[in-house]
Each structure stands twice: as structure tokens, then as C-alpha cells.
Design a protein around this ligand. Structure first.
Ligand code: TRP
Length: 466
């Protein structure tokens, strides 16, 4: 997306598809299921859905409206609303700097699994975690040897980043986007098939109950913070992305309607991913819920076992990982594109050197996440491995701060009417204006402060340990 040609999306559906394409990615397929499993299943799902239709709705509509109104990407847009808030654009723009590297690490994991399935080794991956832990925990004795060995995550990460960078350098996103318009619906259909199959595994019903029925005793501030962070991540909020998308939106587009569609689309994908994974984990572990705490590895440990127990599992698994890789690539491409376009806007750098610089930074930041479960497993930051730490800092700290300040700016400095007027342009009405107003002015900022305060207070007691 180059600044000089601020072209618009030709149609409303084009806008919705582009925004949804950026939104649907590893966040839905990989991150949502493991968080839901970790934070108590049904209670997490419930909190997530409530937050999506109140908070997520208010924030997404605010961001897209800011973009459409100012016709600027986030760095300029916040400043245009109020000079004192210019710094906010920079914080928002910094979030993808943290997310992109570890996003690409997970993209590399997906590649490893695709190749494993392609080469007929699906069975090896279906061993309840052994294969996965050997992979991410790989240690060849020395750092250079570990980094070069395809038994560990680093070379996969490298290939994944280079692939992303090639697309960004040559500006061939359009081709990728076309392909993904075909692949995403196929991914949706395949996910539904796998989810239905998962539910037929012996013992899956206990898992389904865990996933769907809220258990209030599992509720805590962390549940809300977890759900909130996931909401930001999954819907690409609180990082300026939706502002940029909004800046390309035509005035005639029905903003409110589009936001509803993007949200429904994104949430459905996440919900189905949960259905594929959570009941199956419980089933494979004889109903023992302690086993579902596999964290970031959940999808990679459970799905191969599901495929293994299916007819034609190797083929289905191969196609599945190929589609996930595609969903991941479209997201990492637009993440990297964001960084590259900020650099091109703010420095004299052209596309090629800007992309190379971004690639080097992504590689440098990503390597600790690759080695963090292996040779560097002993190093933790506030009790977390590198990848978990980057995930925490972006989703649970920076994004809530950006969201909080955006609410203050819109709710108490420029006023929600500015946003409401923008939403009404083209549509003539703003059905949930009252909801938007109280969310942005009061509920969202207070919630954010309480949650963020509680979480940081508990985390601060840990320190950097080696
Ligand atoms: N929402 C994406 C997902 O669910 C991840 C993401 C976060 C993203 N921010 C983004 C993708 C910005 C593209 C652009 O996987």
C-alpha cells in the first residue's frame, strides 16, 4: 500500500474481503484454540464473544472511521486528530515490529508440518507431543549447528521470512490475494469437515462441553485480559492496521455493516478452529483437562492426531497445512508491508532497501523465538520464553495501552460525534451509536485500566531470570 497512490477499494465487498483476509490468520487457527483451552474453555469463549460485539465493534469502527476521515495511515492520523496524540501513532506502528518476527516463527512451524505431511511422515507427528517438542526444543549442541538444522525451527523460519519478503519486494500481493480468495473459502469448508469429524471421536463430548459450557469458577482478570489480547490480535486492532484499511475505503461504503461482517467472519473462523481442536485434545487424553494446557503447541500436537485417526488423513492433513500456510502468508505479508510502508513514508528509502532492512530486523528478532524453547530455554523474561514474552508484550501490554489512549482521544478529546458523523456518511445512520459512545467513553477505558493494572501488578513480581 503505497502512500502516493491512495487508491480506494472498488467495492464494499472488496473492502470486507481485504480486511477479513488480513484479520483471518494464525490468530484464529493457532492462537484462539490454545488460549480458549488454557483459560477455561466455555468461559473464555463467552467472554470473547461479549467483548467482540461490544468492545471489538466499538474499536474497529473507531479505527476504520479515523482512517476514512483523515485519509492517512496511523502515524499521521492520530496527529491529525490531535497534535498531542501524534506519539500514539508511533506506538501503534511499533506493535507489528514485535508481532511480525514471532508470527513468522509460527509460519515456519506450519511449513515444517506441511513438509512432514507431504513427505509421508504424518504418522511421526501424531505422537501426542513428542515430535513437536523435539522440533521446537531441538538443540544440536552449538548455536550455529542448531540454526542450520532442519530438525529445528530456525531454517523454516528463515525460508518463511524470505518468502514473505520476496512477495513484499516484488509487490505481487495482488496475485497472492487472488489466490487467497479461493483458498480461504476452501479452508473454511475443510475446517468445518475436520471439526465435524473431531466431534465424532470417542470421548469428544466431554471436550465439547468444556469448550461450550462456561464454568464461572474459572473466571478471573486473566480470562478477560487473555480474551482482550486475542481480540486485538485476531481482528488486527490497536496497531493502526484498520486505520490504514479505512483510509482506502470509499465514503459511500456502509461502514457499520462492513465492520459487522468482518467481525462475524473472523469470530466464526476462530470458533470453528476451537471446535476442530479442543474436543479432540480432551478425547485423546481420556478426558483429562490438565493435558489441554499445551500452550502454543496445541494445534501442532492435536491436529496430526486427528488426521491420523481419519480416513485419507495424510491427504487431508497436507491440504489443511497448505491452506493454513496460505492464511498465514497473507497475514505476514500485510504485516511486513505495513512496516515497509512506514519506512518508505518516513525515510528516503525505496521499496527494495526498506524491505531488506525490515527483513534483517525480523530475522534478528525472530531468532530468539526460534531458539527460545531449545538451546536458550534457560533464558526467561518475567518468567516467559522469548516467543511467549513477545506475544505478551504486544497483545497484553502495548495493544491495551494503544486501545486505552485511542478511547481517551476519541471519547474525551475529539468526541465520539466525529466518529459517528463519519460512520453516518454514506449510510445515513449509525444503529449502535449509543453503544459506541458509552463503550469508547467509559466502559472500554475503565475495563482496560483495571485489567492492565491487575495483570501488570502480578507480573511485575517476576524478574528477568537466566
Ligand atoms: N489478525 C491476524 C491473525 O489473526 C494477525 C495480525 C495481527 C495481522 N495484526 C495484523 C495480520 C496486521 C495482518 C496485518 O492472524
Amino acid at each position: 500500500m503505497e502512500q502516493k497512490s491512495r487508491s480506494s477499494f472498488s467495492s464494499r465487498i472488496g473492502f470486507v474481503l481485504a480486511a477479513a483476509g488480513s484479520a483471518v490468520g494464525l490468530g484464529n487457527l493457532w492462537r484462539f484454540p490454545y488460549l480458549a483451552a488454557q483459560y477455561g474453555g466455555g468461559i473464555f469463549l463467552l467472554v470473547y464473544i461479549i467483548l467482540a460485539i461490544t468492545f471489538g465493534f466499538a474499536l474497529m469502527i473507531t479505527e476504520i472511521a479515523i482512517g476514512r476521515k483523515t485519509r492517512l495511515s496511523c502515524i499521521g492520523a492520530y496527529k491529525a486528530l490531535d497534535r498531542r496524540f501524534g506519539f500514539l501513532g508511533w506506538i501503534a506502528a511499533f506493535v507489528p515490529v514485535i508481532i511480525t518476527p514471532y508470527y513468522c516463527v509460527i509460519g515456519g512451524w506450519v511449513m515444517k508440518y506441511l513438509v512432514t505431511f507431504l513427505t509421508g511422515n504424518a504418522l511421526a507427528a501424531a505422537d501426542n507431543g513428542g515430535f513437536f517438542n523435539d522440533f521446537i526444543g531441538f538443540d544440536a549442541g552449538s548455536i550455529p549447528a542448531t540454526m542450520l538444522d532442519f530438525s529445528g525451527p530456525t531454517p523454516w523460519f528463515l525460508i518463511y521470512v524470505l518468502l514473505t519478503a520476496l512477495v513484499v519486494i516484488f509487490g505481487v500481493e495482488k496475485g497472492i490475494e487472488k489466490a487467497s480468495r479461493f483458498m480461504m473459502p476452501v479452508l473454511a469448508v475443510l475446517s468445518v469437515i475436520v471439526a465435524v469429524y473431531s466431534l465424532t471421536i470417542d470421548g469428544a463430548m466431554a471436550g465439547l462441553k468444556y469448550y461450550l459450557l462456561p464454568d464461572l469458577s474459572q473466571f478471573s482478570a486473566s480470562t478477560v485480559l487473555g480474551a482482550l489480547g486475542q481480540l486485538f490480535y485476531s481482528m488486527s486492532l490497536a496497531m493502526g492496521i484498520m486505520i490504514t484499511y479505512g483510509s482506502y475505503m470509499q465514503k459511500e461504503n456502509l461502514l457499520e455493516h462492513s465492520v459487522t461482517q468482518i467481525e462475524v467472519f473472523d469470530t466464526l473462523f476462530a470458533f470453528i478452529a476451537g471446535l476442530m481442536i479442543i474436543p479432540a485434545v480432551v478425547a485423546f487424553n481420556n478426558g483429562d483437562p490438565s493435558q489441554i494446557n499445551n500452550g502454543p503447541g496445541l494445534m501442532f500436537i492435536t491436529l496430526p492426531m486427528v488426521f491420523d485417526s481419519m480416513h485419507f488423513g495424510t491427504i487431508i492433513g497436507t491440504v489443511f497445512f497448505l491452506l493454513v500456510l496460505f492464511a498465514a502468508l497473507t497475514s505476514s505479508i500485510s504485516l511486513m508491508e505495513t512496516l515497509v510502508s512506514v519506512l518508505m513514508d518516513k525515510t528516503p528509502l525505496k521499496r527494495k532497501p526498506a524491505t531488506i532492512l525490515v527483513t534483517v530486523v525480523v530475522l534478528l528478532f525472530g531468532v530468539p523465538s526460534c531458539l527460545g524453547y531449545g538451546p536458550w530455554a534457560g533464558i526467561t523474561i518475567i518468567g516467559m520464553q522469548f516467543l511467549d514474552f513477545f506475544d505478551f508484550i504486544s497483545n497484553s501490554v502495548l495493544m491495551p495501552i494503544v486501545a486505552f489512549l485511542t478511547c481517551i482521544l476519541v471519547g474525551h478529546v475529539v468526541g465520539t460525534k466525529v466518529i459517528a458523523d463519519e460512520v453516518k456518511e454514506g449510510a445515513g445512520s449509525f444503529h449502535r451509536e449509543a453503544l459506541h459512545r458509552v463503550m469508547v467513553r467509559w466502559i472500554a477505558p475503565i475495563l482496560l485500566l483495571v485489567i492492565l493494572g491487575t495483570e501488570l501488578a502480578t507480573k511485575v513480581f517476576h524478574i528477568f531470570t537466566i
